[in-house]
Ligand binder design. Structure first.
Ligand SMILES: Cc1cc2nc3c(=O)[nH]c(=O)nc-3n(C[C@H](O)[C@H](O)[C@H](O)COP(=O)(O)OP(=O)(O)OC[C@H]3O[C@@H](n4cnc5c(N)ncnc54)[C@H](O)[C@@H]3O)c2cc1C
Length: 454
């Protein structure tokens, strides 16, 4: 099925779901017995989190205005822009904004809409993670960039520096919390250990007893589809950006992107930032889908104060087969609670799977005992673009595709790492040094691993 049709399928599923609130206790029961539970908010208010597209202001050319058109038509060679970015998710938007801020003209092509892929489906938790030194370096750098950007964002972008609380359920997880604190301290990431009483004071809705927790106060949340729109339409270089929606790219050649309509768009550089579907344009990229479920409740202001995760989440996030669930809950600025998350391989079916949702909610209810009495209003799924080592691919596509660059494969951290990805890509394009080493994210690492028999 084409990308467009798959997205349409997902939207259809959500739209046809029954319009009613449902207590999570009933949701868990219904899910166990395979009955539908996902309900879309009856009023469909724009502040109800979940997959939704930002279509920009116009249809084809979203960035209108004389100066933009003049700048883009200056390319007498037939080139439409200095850079063509494929994909208007958070990663493509960040890359476009960064290059445009450096004075390049950028044409962004998206098959659907701004923030319409994984960006719309995800949780938008901006979190420093420590699975590998490269993950820590990229997520820490990118979180710094988000904190710098935050004052410029709008209320609708829903940025909040709410912090992360990692919950240790028992003594073993308490050890893991202490270890995480040591690793973060060594990298200058601010944290504080919480004993059981401090944890309870911090998050009174959590079950007692818990062994304790670790708070990371500078972690944040953002509504990523809106932030993508801000980057494309309001960031400092936005006048250099033109966005075209409904443009599916079907093939690449040097300096050219071919559209499904038959049109060819040419640019000095091509950036492939279309997430899971990057391998359709750059064959051989090692990217596979990891399906995830999320669910959002009605408004319960003050129910949670931080993004709260179980320490077992890290193990679950890096599982490479089967289905796993872990407790992950986010307080939305609206007072709603956004619940995640699951991970499944080998499927591109966008339907919510009730047994998986039931497992996810049962797990969450162990940590939040009053959760089953809350009303659920929507559930949905999305697909993370996963690479074998869990790191994104950022850099040149290789000798076979000169002038083509990749920014894809961000798995479950692409909102967090989008801004640093853009900096890394821009530095490589300019031939300058980025603030962190770009080597661990380049696609040639997989060739090196293969030649070393890894
Ligand atoms: C359930 C779930 C929870 C998540 N939670 C978090 C979280 O808490 N924190 C975090 O940091 N990350 C999270 N993520 C991951 C994050 O959402 C993604 O890594 C990130 O959104 C990827 O952005 P992207 O721009 O690379 O891809 P996408 O958002 O998928 O954007 C790709 C764009 O390319 C377009 N496109 C595709 N093919 C073509 C084509 N051929 N031609 C033109 N356009 C095309 C699509 O329409 C789409 O708009 C989560 C993901 C999921 C699924």
């Amino acid at each position: 099925m084409s990308r467009g049709r798959r997205q349409a399928g997902a939207r259809c599923f959500l739209a046809s779901a029954k319009h009613r609130r449902q207590r999570l206790r009933r949701t868990i029961c219904a899910a166990r017995f395979g009955r539908g539970v996902a309900a879309r908010h009856p009023r469909d208010r724009s502040d109800d989190y979940g997959p939704r597209l930002c279509h920009g202001r116009g249809k084809a050319v979203v960035r209108g205005g004389r100066s933009v058109r003049r700048r883009h038509s200056e390319h007498a060679s037939g080139m439409t822009a200095d850079v063509v970015v494929i994909g208007a998710g958070i990663v493509g938007a960040a890359c476009a904004a960064e290059l445009a801020a450096q004075g390049m003209t950028v044409e962004v092509l998206d098959a659907v809409g701004i923030g319409g892929g994984a960006t719309a489906a995800g949780m938008g938790h901006i979190v420093v993670m420590n699975d590998s030194p490269a993950e820590l370096a990229l997520s820490r750098y990118s979180r710094e960039l988000w904190l710098e950007l935050a004052p410029s964002l709008r209320a609708a972008d829903a940025f909040s520096r709410c912090g992360t609380v990692w919950v240790a359920a028992d003594g073993e997880e308490w050890e893991a919390a202490c270890e995480l604190q040591r690793a973060f301290a060594g990298s200058g990431v601010k944290t504080e250990l919480l004993d059981a009483a401090a944890l309870h004071e911090c998050e009174p809705s959590l079950a007692v007893p818990m062994a304790g927790g670790l708070i990371v106060p500078d972690d944040s949340i953002v509504y990523a589809p809106r932030a993508a729109q801000w980057l494309l339409e309001h960031s400092p270089g936005a006048r250099n950006i033109r966005v075209r929606l409904g443009c599916e790219v079907t093939a690449l050649a040097t300096g050219e992107a071919r559209l499904a309509s038959g049109e060819t768009v040419s640019g000095g550089l091509i950036i492939v930032a279309n997430g899971l579907f990057a391998q359709r344009l750059v064959p051989g990229l090692p990217i596979v889908p990891k399906k995830g479920h999320l669910l959002i409740t009605d408004r319960y202001p003050g129910y949670l104060h931080h993004q709260v995760l179980e320490l077992g989440y890290i193990k679950s996030a890096h599982q490479t087969e089967g289905a796993s669930v872990a407790f992950n809950a986010q307080p939305r600025p609206t007072g709603q609670v956004l619940l995640g998350s699951s991970r499944q391989f080998d499927t591109l079916d966008p339907a919510a799977e009730w047994p998986v949702l039931a497992r996810m909610l049962e797990r969450a209810a162990r940590y939040l005992p009053s959760l089953p009495s809350l009303n659920a209003i929507r559930a949905w799924t999305g697909f993370r673009a996963a690479t074998p080592d869990g790191l994104p691919i950022v850099g040149p596509a290789g000798d076979a595709l000169p002038g083509v660059w990749i920014a894809a494969g961000h798995e479950g951290l692409g909102v967090t790492t989008s801004l640093a990805t853009a900096k890394l890509l821009a530095a490589q394009i300019a031939g300058t040094r980025a603030r962190i080493d770009a080597a661990p994210y380049r696609v040639d690492r997989f060739a090196q691993e293969a030649s070393h028999g890894v």
